[in-house]
Write a protein that binds this ligand. Sequence first.
Ligand SMILES: Nc1ncnc2c1ncn2[C@@H]1O[C@H](COP(=O)(O)OP(=O)(O)OP(=O)(O)O)[C@@H](O)[C@H]1O
Length: 299
Amino acid sequence: MSAVRLADIDKTLGARRVLDGLNLTIEQGEIYGLLGPNGSGKSTAINILCNLLDPDRGTVEIDGRPASAAARTALGICPQDIALYRDLYPAENLRFFAEIYGLAPGHASRRIAELVGLFGLETFARTPVAALSGGWQRRVNIAVALVHAPTLLVLDEPTAAVDVKARQELWLIIEALKKQGMTILLTTHHLEEAERLCSRVGILKDGRLAREGTIAEILALVPAQAIALVDGPDPEKVRARARELGWALRDYAGRMACLLPQQASLEETALALRGVGATSINLQRVSLEHAYLEVMQGA
Ligand SMILES: Nc1ncnc2c1ncn2[C@@H]1O[C@H](COP(=O)(O)OP(=O)(O)OP(=O)(O)O)[C@@H](O)[C@H]1O
């Protein structure tokens, strides 16, 4: 049984068909990354999954039950914006949300102690949330989402607006949760984050999944073994040589990218491009970012 099944979901908001026949399945214990540009409907899909918004059409199941029946207990949601009481200490926030979920006091205390340990919140036992860094506020936000011990965790851009170190620490936490068997739906604009954490990703475009697969399957959408970003005063010369060599070309934000059909060293690439006046060559491995651009550019 899948942890999540969204089938044939349509949703119009205002004048816009935001979701248009969305099908999405998440298996138990996986981290699934829902990707897509701003406004592509990620939060709308999450709100429908979490039973906060009704679809115009389609069905939503969590652990084989309708989301309307299962969402409250089976699902923990960590929204994009920090949703905490800023004047309260981290554990007081956990206590507050435990009460909302109706946990008995003894049970709540055990669960709060567990989460304080898991998220390393002991150091901030007497620090109001408002005084925590953005990264630590995110941690508390995730801990709160887990207070009622759900089996499915929804993380809507969990590392937005946090620094690199805090982001990496959050990755460790997310990986630890996966190890404990948690199923996680994650949205992010940080593609290196999705590549590191997710078992599978789906890319939303025009209201449905344009592509879906394991990281390896998605990377294979780029017809290249490596990518060379090439700068030079005469791009046409580079283009002509690339054509001779049988290399596909892409435009990555105004930079010319040569898609190399086999692995090559920087020296080999420079040799192949000798005489075209390249001023810099930046050789990159194929990443999820390249694959995402491939899908977005409709290649
Ligand atoms: N209540 C609403 N009424 C009208 N339009 C809305 C409403 N809520 C969202 N939208 C529109 O629906 C579209 C999808 O929004 P949504 O927040 O789901 O996208 P998203 O993929 O989560 O974007 P982001 O990456 O910026 O968080 C956007 O064009 C948004 O402006």
